[in-house]
Design a protein around this ligand. Structure first.
Ligand SMILES: *Cc1c(COP(=O)(O)O)cnc(C)c1O
Length: 395
C-alpha cells in the first residue's frame, strides 16, 4: 500500500506528537524543568555535543517546546524549525542571527510595525542597509534585489491594508541574487499558504496570532533550510529569548484546531467582506478574496484560502467615526492583537501604526477611517447583524 501523506487537518493534530514524551501519557506534558539530569557522564556529553538526542538546559531545548517546533516544521513542509518567546523575538533573531555589517536587506514598507522598526532603527546601527520598497511594486523590488541583496524579507497579506505580494516571482528574483528569502506567514498561516513550496528559504511566524488562536500566549517560530535554522537557533540559544514550555503547551493545544478554525474564518471573512462592500456607510473594503481586490489573482494562485484578515474604510473619514462604530460592536474585542477565535477590531492609529503620526500614516496611504477586522469563528449571521447595528450610528 502506498503511504499517504497526511493532510493538514491531520498534521495539526498529530505532527510532532507521534511519540509519547512520558510513556502511556497521550497528551504533550508541560515539561517545567530548567535542566535535565544524566547519571552517565559520557551520555551527558554526547547529548551536549548533539551526538545523541536529548535535552540539557531549557534555554536551549525543551521537550514541550520541541513538539511545537516539530509541528510547525511539518505544517510548513520545512527541513528544520526553531522557536522564540514571541513573534518579534524570532524575527529579530532571524535577522540578527543571519546578517553581518556591510550587508544589504530588501523588504517592503508594509511589514509588521515591529519588523519595520528593526529595518529603520536597529539594523542600520550595525551598518546593515535596509531598502524598503513600495509593497506591491514588484518591479521596484526586483530592481533593488538585482542591485545586491543578502536577505529579501517579505510579508503577505500585509497589515493593515491587506496587500498581496507574488511570492513565487520574488523568491525567484531573490535566489538569482543569492539572497536568503524570508517570508512572514503569520496572516495566512500554513493552512492558507506555504511559502517554502513557493521558493522561500525561511518562514517566520508570530504563533501568538492564528497558530495559538486563543490570545493567551506569546510565541514565535522560524522554519526552513536546516543550515539557516541552525544559525538562528545558535544565536537565540545564546541571547536567551527562549520559548517558555507553558506557552508552547498553550500554542500546541490551540494548534490542534488550526485547520478547523481557519476554514471557518476564511468563510466568515469572505462573507463579511462581501457584506461590507455593499454597505452604505462603507467606502472601500480590502480583502484579497474580493474579485476587485488588486491582489486577487496573485492570492488565488498562491493561497488556498484568503484568510481571516480584512480592513475597511468608512465613508465618514475620521478617527471619531471609527471610535463610534467599533465601540458599539458587541461581538468584537477592540484590541491590538489579531488571529484569535474572537473577532477583534482596531484602527491603525492604535494598532499596527500606533508609533506613526497622522501625517505619516497619510503618507503611507493608511486612511484614518480604516478599521482592521480580524474575523473570529462566531456565527456569521451574528457578526453581520452586529456590524450592521454598529454602522447604523453613522446614518
Ligand atoms: C503580531 C505580529 C508579529 C509579532 O509577533 P509578536 O508575537 O507579537 O511578537 C509579527 N508579524 C506579524 C505579521 C504579526 O501580526
Amino acid at each position: 500500500m502506498n503511504k499517504r501523506h497526511p493532510k493538514k487537518a491531520t498534521s495539526v493534530v498529530w505532527a510532532g506528537e507521534e511519540d509519547y514524551i512520558i510513556p502511556h501519557v497521550t497528551q504533550v506534558p508541560v515539561v517545567q524543568s530548567v535542566s535535565f539530569a544524566y547519571e552517565d557522564i559520557d551520555e551527558w556529553q554526547q547529548v551536549a555535543l548533539g551526538q545523541k538526542e536529548g535535552h540539557i538546559y531549557s534555554r536551549n531545548t525543551n521537550p514541550t517546546v520541541d513538539v511545537f517546533e516539530k509541528k510547525i516544521c511539518r505544517l510548513e513542509g520545512a527541513e528544520a524549525a526553531t522557536s522564540a518567546s514571541s513573534g518579534m523575538a524570532i524575527i529579530s533573531n532571524t535577522l540578527f542571527g543571519l546578517l553581518s555589517p556591510g550587508q544589504r536587506v530588501v523588504s517592503v514598507k508594509d511589514t509588521y510595525g515591529g519588523t519595520n522598526k528593526i529595518f529603520t532603527e536597529f539594523l542600520p546601527r550595525f551598518n546593515i542597509e535596509c531598502i524598503l520598497c513600495n509593497t506591491t511594486d514588484h518591479q521596484q523590488i526586483e530592481k533593488e534585489v538585482a542591485r545586491g541583496c543578502d536577505l529579501l524579507y517579505l510579508e503577505t497579506p500585509t497589515n493593515p491594508t491587506i496587500k498581496i505580494i507574488d511570492l513565487e516571482r520574488l523568491t525567484k528574483a531573490g535566489k538569482k541574487a543569492g539572497a536568503i528569502v524570508v517570508v512572514d506567514n503569520t496572516f495566512a498561516t500554513p493552512i492558507n499558504q506555504q511559502p517554502i513550496s513557493l521558493g522561500a528559504d525561511l518562514v517566520v511566524h508570530s504563533a501568538t496570532k492564528f497558530l495559538g488562536g486563543h490570545a493567551d500566549a506569546l510565541a514565535g517560530a522560524v522554519c526552513g533550510r536546516k543550515e539557516l535554522v541552525n544559525k538562528i537557533y545558535h544565536f537565540r540559544e545564546i541571547n536567551g529569548a527562549s520559548l517558555d514550555p507553558m506557552a508552547a503547551y498553550l500554542i500546541l493545544r490551540g494548534m490542534k484546531t488550526l485547520a478547523l478554525r481557519i476554514e471557518r474564518q476564511n468563510q466568515n471573512a469572505l462573507e463579511i467582506a462581501r457584506f461590507l462592500q455593499t454597505h452604505p456607510q462603507v467606502r472601500t473594503v480590502f480583502y484579497p478574496g474580493l474579485e476587485d481586490h488588486e491582489g486577487h489573482d496573485i492570492a488565488s494562485g498562491q493561497m488556498s484560502g484568503f484568510g481571516a484578515m480584512l480592513s475597511f474604510m468608512l465613508k465618514e473619514e475620521s478617527l471619531e467615526a471609527v471610535g463610534k462604530v467599533i465601540s458599539r460592536l458587541r461581538y468584537a474585542h477592540t484590541a491590538a492583537n489579531l488571529g484569535a477565535v474572537e473577532t477583534i477590531v482596531g484602527p491603525p492609529a492604535t494598532t499596527s501604526h500606533v508609533e506613526c503620526t497622522r501625517e505619516e500614516r497619510q503618507a503611507m496611504g493608511i486612511p484614518e477611517s480604516l478599521i482592521r477586522y480580524s474575523t473570529g469563528i462566531e456565527d456569521i449571521g451574528d457578526l453581520k447583524e452586529d456590524l450592521d447595528q454598529a454602522l447604523a450610528v453613522l446614518r
